[in-house]
Design a protein around this ligand. Structure first.
Ligand code: MRU
Length: 335
């Protein structure tokens, strides 16, 4: 991804391995501060996943793959390390998929760094293909709405929902992106807008409650990412996705979900079985270290919601755009 630094634009990935250490952009500090953090132990990688130093399903998966590589290089118990990583966040399917991928590769004797790099490189290539496939759905002049951050920061590079937007923009299509701020962690405002700004793609930040207003005024399509997709096409994504999907159907706006096949959980029949993460109430009650809610008031903070398949126009994947009914047929397409 292109990041504008004081010395001009520079290319970065969200996570990568260098000199036997895992490096990642600290996403909690953006956009105010661009800082790279370094990890040498699987336990610290687990903490970084939990506290959202790294976030977004495919990037969490890649961080976990590198965490497994660090565990193997230090001679730690692989099954225990895998369980530790898997226990950090419950919804992003890529986390479970990446740990199992690494357990298979390491137990077959593959060199740890090589196996994790193979995993991360494949994710990047899948996101690039999601961009190519999804860009075909975008017409010159389209106004697109997205939610949360499903960009390069969330996926190592390119993004899922942002990949088609990047490819269409680089292909000289004029477009405009509505970015919903995404309370409470503000991934839309702080991360998606940051990525769009770095690429100079026209956009505006809107509050979450303004989605319906702008959809009625003329959004041409909605593209979001996913944290987990069930066999029947129900999917979980950042809280607030469901209401956008319902509004889009009511207003006849195509609603697309962009995700690599590693996000598809073929063992989960339907959305009601997807585990939704509840996070700390302070994420809602406290802002910039200061409590903004009245003393004595509590909050509920589900991090994701589940959107039924009937609201999805199509899933933009690395192997093409799929109808919800086609999901069961692509089980074998995973790496
Ligand atoms: O809680 P987060 O920031 O990890 O949630 C991220 C999202 O919901 C993204 O939209 C989703 O992971 C798709 S990322 C490509």
């Amino acid at each position: 991804m292109r990041i504008l630094t004081e010395h001009g634009p520079k290319d970065y990935q969200a996570v990568w391995m260098e000199g036997g250490k895992l490096k990642m952009i600290d996403q909690r500090l953006l956009p105010e501060k661009f800082e790279i953090v370094v990890f040498e132990d699987v336990e610290d990688v687990g903490r970084a996943i939990k506290d959202m130093t790294v976030r977004g399903a495919p990037a969490i998966g890649a961080a976990a793959a590198y965490g497994m590589a660090l565990a193997a290089l230090k001679g730690k118990d692989l099954d225990e390390s895998g369980e530790l990583l898997k226990s950090q966040r419950p919804t992003a399917h890529d986390l479970f998929y990446a740990v199992d991928f690494m357990l298979g590769a390491l137990k077959r004797g593959e060199e740890p760094t090589k196996a994790a790099n193979r995993y991360a490189n494949q994710i990047v290539e899948k996101c690039r293909l999601i961009g190519v496939n999804g860009a075909l759905l975008i017409k010159d002049g389209d106004k697109i709405m997205t939610h949360c951050n499903a960009g390069a920061l969330a996926t190592v590079d390119y993004g899922t929902a942002l990949a088609p937007i990047r490819v269409a923009w680089r292909g000289r299509k004029k477009l405009f992106v509505y970015v919903s701020e995404t309370r409470p962690r503000l991934q839309g405002m702080k991360l998606t807008a940051y990525e769009l700004r770095n690429e100079e793609i026209p956009h505006a930040i809107i509050v979450d409650g303004a989605s319906g207003h702008f959809m009625r005024k003329g959004v041409d399509l909605v593209i979001v990412g996913a944290d987990s997709v069930a066999l029947n096409g129900d999917f979980a994504n950042k809280i607030g996705t469901f209401e956008k999907a319902v509004l889009a159907k009511e207003l006849r706006i195509p609603f697309y979900v962009a995700a690599p096949i590693s996000t598809f959980d073929f063992d989960t029949e339907s959305g009601k079985d997807i585990v939704i993460e509840d996070r700390d109430e302070d994420e809602v009650l406290v802002m910039n270290g200061k409590r903004i809610a009245p003393e004595g008031c509590g909050a509920l903070n589900p991090s994701f919601d589940m959107t039924p398949a009937k609201y999805v126009t199509g899933f933009i994947t690395e192997i093409g755009v799929l109808d919800p009914e086609q999901i069961a047929r692509v089980r074998g397409a995973r790496i």
